[in-house]
Design a protein around this ligand. Structure first.
Ligand SMILES: C[S@@+](CC[C@H](N)C(=O)[O-])C[C@H]1O[C@@H](n2cnc3c(N)ncnc32)[C@H](O)[C@@H]1O
Length: 246
């Protein structure tokens, strides 16, 4: 892949390769969270949302698009006969390999645009905070079209991405995501916020004032709050999207 194109798959800060050195959660959530409490909280919350959407049904083939350090593999491997994680960053994939050593899953290095999967093979695809880093809409369109092609008709695409209404922030707005999904022949099943970027309880969590044992309860509470209060104008929200291949 051209270097110029690869840049569209990087953050504006450290490269994914460098971030991978930081370990399973800081590599893919917040690298500055040295005590790891905030990362653990976000990990728990995101997994609850994905778990709920997948239900208990066992599928044949689940794809984790941009699997990073492989933190969803435990959850996914129990819900399918075969799980494949694809990643553009070799260092992340190495981290995922250590993480997944004991499990029967596939991990593949991906060039970012051409999925190594035959068309209409995947029952469900998940992707957590990957699309938001593909800042060029036309590249994201190509990526979404690859994911769409890999899914069986009626297959689910479940993702979590940061969304904002604040034009000064770098994240996309909700409308843009929905438009991109629609353009790629996905039908919306659900979209709702699950987490607010600067949720008040995130600070006591960060400073260790809320014991880890309560993280699940706080995560459930936050997901309920987000459904009631919807979107703030200034902050970003993490949105849960469930799409279906038409
Ligand atoms: C914030 S991390 C999230 C990783 C994982 N989904 C998680 O939530 O733990 C974003 C990941 O997306 C990967 N990535 C970025 N662009 C990609 C692309 N076009 N194809 C596959 N992976 C990509 C990066 O290498 C990085 O590991």
């Amino acid at each position: 892949m051209e270097t110029e194109q690869l840049q569209h798959f990087q953050t504006s800060g450290e490269t994914w390769g460098k971030l991978a050195e930081k370990g399973k959660l800081p590599a893919v959530i917040d690298p500055r969270d040295l005590k790891g409490r905030k990362n653990l909280y976000i990990d728990i919350l995101q997994k609850r949302a994905i778990q709920k959407a997948l239900g208990k049904e066992k599928r044949k083939f689940i794809l984790d698009f941009g699997c990073g350090s492989g933190r969803f593999s435990d959850l996914l491997v129990r819900r399918c006969e075969f799980m494949l994680g694809v990643e553009i960053t070799k260092e992340m994939l190495d981290l995922a390999k250590d993480e997944c050593e004991q499990k029967d899953i596939g991990l593949a290095l991906f060039d970012g645009l051409n999925l190594p999967i035959k068309d209409e093979k995947v029952d469900a695809a998940i992707s957590v905070t990957v699309l938001q880093y593909i800042t060029d809409d036309s590249l994201l369109n190509r990526v979404l079209s690859e994911v769409q092609k890999s899914l069986k008709p009626g297959g689910k695409f479940i993702c979590i991405e940061q969304v904002t209404k604040n034009k000064k922030r770098w994240q996309r707005d909700l409308k843009t995501y929905l438009h991109l999904f629609e353009q790629n022949n996905f039908k919306k099943v659900a979209d709702y916020p699950i987490r607010k970027g600067h949720f008040l309880l995130l600070y006591p969590i960060y400073f260790g004032l809320i014991p880890k044992i309560f993280f699940k309860v706080v995560a459930n509470f936050e997901m309920i709050l987000r459904k009631i209060f919807r979107h703030s104008l200034r902050d970003y929200h993490e949105y849960f999207f469930e799409m279906k291949k038409i």
